[in-house]
Design a protein around this ligand. Structure first.
Ligand code: SF4
Length: 429
């Protein structure tokens, strides 16, 4: 390829020599005079290689003399701009079958060079962490930092929030995530996640002598209280939500004998209730507003005296993120939503955009972006679900800037100043 220079580089210490079949995706190149050239698109290249099953490492690469030991080949792809961006990959030794990984590494780099160019990023606001997620993460962090607890394991039942980066970050700090309470030793401290738990789980924790700290979002707690109140007055509670989601399991657990789950309008015809005049609906907090309205309409058609919750159960953060994205979608050729695959509010953002006819993809981070998505796309709309940290948004913008100049235009449709006080167990006296 005419825009590629091949030089010999070595990984900058302490990064060791590349292993068999391994590829280095350079995050920066260090020249002979110690000058540094940035390679912001490294996560994009890395994603292509990882999906192809290549062992990949990222880090700086330094120009060395070809005669020097521990050197390996680097292909430097010059981008069409003159402002110093590079996409650079290096290949280690042949694999056990005598194949050099250089061809695969160069193909991954070329895929991104092929879609390089200037872009506009329309940034939705509000996006990223909501008050409930901030509070849940803060609960765990405060417990980790409590002097009396240092050195003792801290357990969290389920993912504290639905984001793998957040969970891995806390795991690195010593938090142990478990699926069920029987994995927690008696007497230990366990945190309940932001999605809430059923009374049966609380009872199990008490029975096992666990110190339970509840990080349930107060807006989920509100729905639990409604389920208790409406079932206690003799209503059947129809919960609109997604089967298997932890929040739904927790809410249904408040009144299992008097609750029915409805996932879509078509489920409504199968709903059996003892008294059609005594039915109240509630919803999961992170649903798409339009789909939920369809389910409510179907319920009302079957149960004309259907009662509703006193205030919307779909939370402010979910609604704000949907409205913010909707406002920028018309100007974009592609929508990227940052969030993990089990994040309900993030999935709803993707689904709503697709229903409106625009290409949309959920990405865990910048490595999830595919070159083909950007072909011919000059404007990208970007947002992040309520459990995805802002740092991942910054990483995606930076990665796109490795393909050409990026102009960021932030569009705000609401100002969020919601804060939830932490539970009493972690309040500073
Ligand atoms: Fe609470 Fe809504 Fe955030 Fe869920 S998305 S944690 S319900 S504020």
């Amino acid at each position: 390829m005419e825009n590629r220079d091949t030089h010999v580089y070595a990984a900058v210490p302490p990064s060791p020599v590349l292993g068999e079949g391994e590829v280095l995706v350079a995050t920066e190149l260090v020249g002979p005079g110690r000058e540094r050239v940035s390679c912001p698109a490294a996560p994009l290249v890395r994603g292509v290689l990882e999906r192809a099953g290549r062992p990949v490492r990222t880090g700086p690469a330094e120009l060395v003399s070809p005669a020097q030991d521990s050197a390996f080949q680097v292909a430097v792809d010059r981008l069409p701009s003159d402002d110093g961006r590079r996409i650079a990959v290096a290949a280690g030794a042949m694999d056990s079958e005598g194949r050099s990984p250089l061809a695969a590494a160069c193909a991954a780099a070329d895929a991104w060079v092929g879609v390089a160019g200037p872009r506009t990023v329309l940034l939705a606001s509000p996006r990223s962490w909501c008050a409930g997620v901030e509070r849940a993460v803060e609960v765990v962090e405060r417990l980790l930092e409590e002097p009396g607890r240092r050195g003792r394991p801290l357990f969290v039942r389920k993912q504290i929030v639905h984001n793998t980066h957040v969970v891995r970050g806390l795991e690195r700090r010593g938090v142990v995530f478990v699926e069920e309470l029987d994995e927690v030793p008696e007497g230990a401290t366990v945190v309940f996640s932001a999605h809430g738990v059923s009374p049966a789980v609380r009872e199990e924790a008490r029975g096992r002598g666990l110190e339970a700290v509840d990080a349930t979002c107060p807006l989920v707690t509100k729905v639990h209280a409604e389920a208790r109140r409406f079932s206690a007055r003799g209503d059947t509670v129809v919960l609109i939500g997604h089967d298997g989601h932890e929040e739904v399991e927790g809410t249904l657990g408040e009144a299992p004998e008097h609750s029915v789950l409805v996932q879509s309008p078509s489920d409504v015809r199968d709903v059996e209730v003892p008294d059609p005049d005594r039915v109240t609906y509630l919803t999961q907090t992170t649903l798409a507003a339009d789909e939920t309205a369809e389910a409510v309409d179907a319920l009302r058609a079957r149960f004309p005296r259907l009662k509703e919750p006193p205030s919307d159960d779909i939370c402010y953060a979910t609604t704000n993120r949907q409205n913010a994205l909707e406002a920028i979608v018309p100007g974009a050729g592609l929508v990227l939503v940052i969030g993990s695959a089990n994040s309900s509010n993030s999935l709803r953002l993707v689904e709503r955009t697709r229903r409106a006819g625009t290409a949309a993809h959920l990405i865990g981070d910048a490595t999830g972006i595919r070159p083909g998505w950007l072909a011919g796309v000059a404007t990208v709309a970007l947002t992040a679900g309520a459990s995805a940290p802002q740092a991942l948004v910054d990483e995606v913008i930076r990665a796109l800037s490795g393909l050409g100049p990026v102009t960021v235009q932030e569009h705000s449709t609401a100002v969020e100043n919601v804060r939830f006080a932490p539970p009493k167990e972690v309040r500073t006296p």
